[in-house]
Ligand binder design. Structure first.
Ligand code: ZN
Length: 119
Protein backbone atom coordinates (compact mmCIF):
# COMPACT_ATOMS: atom_id res chain seq x y z
CA UNK A 1 0.00 0.00 0.00
CA UNK A 2 0.97 3.57 -0.59
CA UNK A 3 2.33 5.08 2.59
CA UNK A 4 2.70 8.60 1.29
CA UNK A 5 0.63 11.24 3.04
CA UNK A 6 -2.38 12.03 0.89
CA UNK A 7 -1.78 15.73 1.35
CA UNK A 8 1.77 15.47 0.01
CA UNK A 9 0.60 13.51 -3.01
CA UNK A 10 -2.03 16.15 -3.73
CA UNK A 11 0.64 18.83 -3.49
CA UNK A 12 2.97 16.93 -5.82
CA UNK A 13 0.14 16.32 -8.27
CA UNK A 14 -0.66 20.01 -8.43
CA UNK A 15 3.01 20.81 -8.94
CA UNK A 16 3.33 18.22 -11.70
CA UNK A 17 0.26 19.52 -13.52
CA UNK A 18 1.67 23.02 -13.37
CA UNK A 19 5.04 21.77 -14.61
CA UNK A 20 3.38 19.89 -17.44
CA UNK A 21 1.61 23.03 -18.63
CA UNK A 22 4.87 24.98 -18.44
CA UNK A 23 6.83 22.37 -20.37
CA UNK A 24 4.16 22.21 -23.06
CA UNK A 25 4.23 25.97 -23.36
CA UNK A 26 8.02 25.91 -23.67
CA UNK A 27 7.86 23.21 -26.30
CA UNK A 28 5.58 25.37 -28.43
CA UNK A 29 7.98 28.30 -27.96
CA UNK A 30 10.97 26.19 -28.99
CA UNK A 31 9.20 25.02 -32.11
CA UNK A 32 8.39 28.61 -32.98
CA UNK A 33 12.01 29.69 -32.49
CA UNK A 34 13.39 26.80 -34.46
CA UNK A 35 14.09 28.02 -38.01
CA UNK A 36 13.89 24.49 -39.37
CA UNK A 37 10.39 23.50 -38.35
CA UNK A 38 8.95 23.33 -41.82
CA UNK A 39 10.21 20.29 -43.73
CA UNK A 40 10.47 22.22 -46.99
CA UNK A 41 12.91 24.69 -45.46
CA UNK A 42 15.02 21.89 -44.04
CA UNK A 43 15.17 20.19 -47.40
CA UNK A 44 16.11 23.26 -49.40
CA UNK A 45 18.72 24.40 -46.90
CA UNK A 46 22.11 23.52 -48.34
CA UNK A 47 24.64 22.33 -45.78
CA UNK A 48 27.18 24.95 -44.85
CA UNK A 49 25.38 27.84 -46.54
CA UNK A 50 23.61 29.08 -43.45
CA UNK A 51 25.37 27.90 -40.34
CA UNK A 52 23.41 30.25 -38.08
CA UNK A 53 20.16 28.49 -38.97
CA UNK A 54 21.76 25.12 -38.42
CA UNK A 55 23.21 26.36 -35.15
CA UNK A 56 19.90 27.64 -33.83
CA UNK A 57 18.25 24.50 -35.04
CA UNK A 58 20.78 22.38 -33.15
CA UNK A 59 20.24 24.33 -29.95
CA UNK A 60 16.48 24.07 -30.34
CA UNK A 61 16.78 20.33 -30.80
CA UNK A 62 18.78 19.92 -27.60
CA UNK A 63 16.35 22.09 -25.67
CA UNK A 64 13.39 20.34 -27.22
CA UNK A 65 14.80 16.96 -26.28
CA UNK A 66 15.26 17.91 -22.64
CA UNK A 67 11.74 19.35 -22.57
CA UNK A 68 10.34 16.19 -24.11
CA UNK A 69 12.19 14.11 -21.53
CA UNK A 70 10.80 16.29 -18.75
CA UNK A 71 7.32 15.96 -20.17
CA UNK A 72 7.64 12.18 -20.36
CA UNK A 73 8.69 11.86 -16.72
CA UNK A 74 5.95 14.27 -15.60
CA UNK A 75 3.31 12.25 -17.43
CA UNK A 76 4.74 9.02 -16.01
CA UNK A 77 4.62 10.43 -12.47
CA UNK A 78 1.03 11.63 -12.93
CA UNK A 79 0.08 8.22 -14.27
CA UNK A 80 1.59 6.61 -11.17
CA UNK A 81 -0.39 8.92 -8.90
CA UNK A 82 -3.51 7.85 -10.76
CA UNK A 83 -2.60 4.17 -10.41
CA UNK A 84 -1.67 4.54 -6.78
CA UNK A 85 1.89 3.37 -7.44
CA UNK A 86 3.46 6.78 -7.06
CA UNK A 87 6.47 6.92 -4.76
CA UNK A 88 7.44 3.32 -5.30
CA UNK A 89 11.03 2.73 -6.33
CA UNK A 90 11.22 1.18 -9.82
CA UNK A 91 14.38 -0.61 -8.85
CA UNK A 92 13.81 -2.15 -5.43
CA UNK A 93 10.07 -1.54 -4.98
CA UNK A 94 10.56 0.27 -1.70
CA UNK A 95 8.97 3.56 -0.75
CA UNK A 96 10.93 6.52 -2.11
CA UNK A 97 11.84 9.02 0.61
CA UNK A 98 9.13 11.69 0.88
CA UNK A 99 11.73 14.43 1.10
CA UNK A 100 13.22 13.23 -2.15
CA UNK A 101 9.82 13.18 -3.85
CA UNK A 102 9.04 16.68 -2.67
CA UNK A 103 12.38 17.89 -3.97
CA UNK A 104 12.16 15.89 -7.20
CA UNK A 105 8.56 14.83 -7.87
CA UNK A 106 9.49 12.91 -11.02
CA UNK A 107 11.97 10.66 -9.20
CA UNK A 108 11.29 7.03 -10.03
CA UNK A 109 14.00 5.51 -7.85
CA UNK A 110 14.83 5.78 -4.19
CA UNK A 111 17.98 7.54 -3.09
CA UNK A 112 20.15 4.43 -2.74
CA UNK A 113 19.03 2.99 -6.09
CA UNK A 114 19.60 6.25 -7.93
CA UNK A 115 23.11 6.31 -6.49
CA UNK A 116 23.69 2.80 -7.80
CA UNK A 117 22.59 3.89 -11.28
CA UNK A 118 24.94 6.86 -11.34
CA UNK A 119 27.90 4.67 -10.39
ZN1 ZN B 1 15.21 1.61 -4.56
Amino acid sequence: MLRLPRKSVELIKKYLLRQQRQVEKNLIEVEKDDPVTTPSLAETGEPGTDSSIADTHGKSLVFEKSLTNAKTSIIAALQKIKNGTYGKCEECGKQIEIGRLLAMPTASRCLSCSKKVIK
